[in-house]
Design a protein around this ligand. Structure first.
Ligand code: NAP
Length: 491
């Protein structure tokens, strides 16, 4: 047994003990803690960005932007818990006259316990050690055990140092956040299976996500695994826009398919359009635009190899034609942007063609008519995003296609690329399986806190025994539902 695995029982027991203290820390103090983590990350910005650049091959401007997103997320959760209404306080007042007498019942969300956060390879900051999963769990009052991603192990350690400084500065209970280096699948397995872990956050491969879900199911008491796994983000190019906005469509999607070398969960991987001259022209312009894009290495050797292998396999499918003229798919971990084409009839017979290929690749599905296009959309599984490009007239004529796309995805986009996820209260970064394991939740935006809480109803409690959020005098001044009405009033 490795040293890391043998240490896990103690790590989890520390996480549980810390939870008993941290869950009682006031929301105001937790908010200052999150803001201090953001400050400490900012203090190390240059060193962090340089180290992540060495470990992940991601360019410096992108990494700098990602630090901004990460500190922004921490501050967003700080503001959310300072305001306080997120706990969804609901109060039903008693009625002694009713037969039978109606009791005093009051409900709110409370934190779950120790949460396991798996760092993601493609976001060394925003979806890793102090990323959205950690920030939302800490905001909720849960404690966190981070499983660092092996592809950016040192960056993960350095971010953890920033968190440790914030723990000391803010006098937060020791072990509220712990860090386990990622050295083998066994480490992740032991964390998920440990009886004291209460929920899991994961962003990565479908195989990895499915494995974690299975470990969680094998436990005596199963726990939720919020896994974001694979999405191909279908784009429909409606007829009028395909004819009138061909150049701008080609520019937009050349940029989106290749952004971050296609290593985004929201990369558009499938395009649906009617066959004809307009589609041919779009393809021509797209291929021209792709030639202008400069390349950099992929995140790690495994991802580059997976890209190469999946495209080689695709090349064996007779009905698929590669439109890019490159002979190789990767060279020294740098990927070629690959566009392939297939007729919708063949696409419908081959479910493998709608699997994610992580990297700068997209498949164009050429449809004979709108009925075939709709059948192709209906054949897809759950998605993070679904995009429709069209003119006003297109949208008026094809409301059924917009409806179909809406049925598929957590975020439906009109006339913009799906890459680039706004971090805000209205964001849904989630979708049906296999894009995520539970489409009722989002992993981006303030609602992502809901993954780490459970509702508790307090019945017949004396006012002074209730949590502040449910007390008669509403000391937090939050919005509550009292007898079915939203209000900030006291009782
Ligand atoms: P990954 O192989 O799924 O690994 C992600 C994390 O999960 C790592 O910490 C890994 O740690 C752990 N893990 C993976 N399989 C496990 C298992 N069976 N049991 C326990 N832990 C396990 O993802 P990746 O390295 O980031 O990239 C590989 C592929 O994932 C990509 O080619 C791409 O297809 C996909 N991906 C998708 C997204 C997305 O957002 N949709 C993002 C990133 C990657 P250890 O290796 O230490 O066990």
């Amino acid at each position: 047994m490795s040293d890391t695995i043998s240490a896990i029982p103690e790590i989890m027991s520390n996480a549980r003990l810390a939870f008993e203290k941290y869950s009682r820390v006031s929301a105001g103090k937790r908010a200052v803690f999150l803001e201090t983590i953001a400050e400490e990350i900012e203090n190390k910005r240059e060193a962090l960005v340089n180290l992540a650049n060495l470990e992940t091959n991601l360019p410096l401007p992108r990494l700098n932007g990602e630090i901004g997103r990460t500190t922004g997320q921490l501050k967003m959760f700080a503001n959310l818990i300072k305001e306080g209404s997120w706990v969804e306080a609901v109060i039903d007042l008693p009625d002694a006259e009713r037969v039978p007498a109606k009791p005093d019942t009051r409900k709110m969300l409370v934190p779950l316990g120790p949460v396991i956060v798996f760092g993601a390879s493609n976001f060394p900051f925003a979806f890793s050690t102090a990323g959205g999963d950690t920030a939302s769990a800490l905001a909720s009052g849960s404690t966190v055990v981070i499983k660092g991603h092996p592809a950016h192990a040192k960056t993960s350690e350095m971010v953890f140092e920033a968190i440790q400084i914030a723990i000391k500065k803010c006098e937060i209970p020791e072990n509220t956040v712990q860090h386990v280096p990622g050295d083998s699948h066994e480490t992740g397995k032991a964390l998920v299976m440990h009886p004291l872990s209460t929920a899991v956050a994961f962003t990565g491969s479908q195989a990895g996500g499915k494995a974690l879900i299975e470990y969680a199911r094998q436990r005596e008491i199963p726990v939720p695994v919020y896994a974001e796994m694979s999405s191909i983000n279908p784009v429909v190019l409606l007829p009028e826009t395909l004819g009138s906005n061909t150049t701008s469509l080609a520019k937009t999607f050349a940029g989106s398919v290749t952004l971050g070398m296609g290593q985004f969960c929201t990369k558009p991987g499938l395009f649906f359009a009617l066959k004809g001259e307009n589609l041919n022209q779009f393809i021509l312009l797209l291929l021209e635009e792709l030639k202008l894009i400069s390349k950099h290495k992929m995140l790690h050797e495994g991802i580059a190899q997976a890209y190469e292998k999946l495209l080689q396999h695709l090349g064996t499918q007779q009905e698929v034609s590669f439109l890019s003229d490159s002979e190789k798919f990767t060279e020294e971990m740098k990927p070629e942007a690959i566009i392939a084409k297939v007729k919708a009839e063949s696409f419908l017979k081959n479910p493998g063609l709608s699997e994610e290929i992580f990297g700068p690749y997209a498949l164009i599905v050429e449809c004979e008519d709108l009925n075939e296009l709709k059948s192709a959309l209906k054949s897809l599984k759950g998605q993070l995003t679904a995009t429709i490009m069209g003119t006003d007239q297109d949208f008026d004529l094809h409301a059924d296609i917009i409806e179909l796309q809406t049925s598929l995805a957590g975020r439906v986009i009109l006339n913009a690329a799906p890459t680039g996820v706004e971090v805000c209260a209205s964001m849904v970064h989630g979708g049906g399986y296999p894009s995520t394991s539970d489409e009722k939740f989002t992993s981006v935006g303030s609602s992502s806190i809901k993954r780490w809480v459970r509702p508790v109803c307090f019945q017949g409690f004396r006012n002074n025994m209730l949590p502040d959020a449910l007390k008669n005098e509403n000391p937090l001044g939050i919005w509550r539902i009292i007898d079915n009405k939203f209000t900030q009033k006291t009782i």
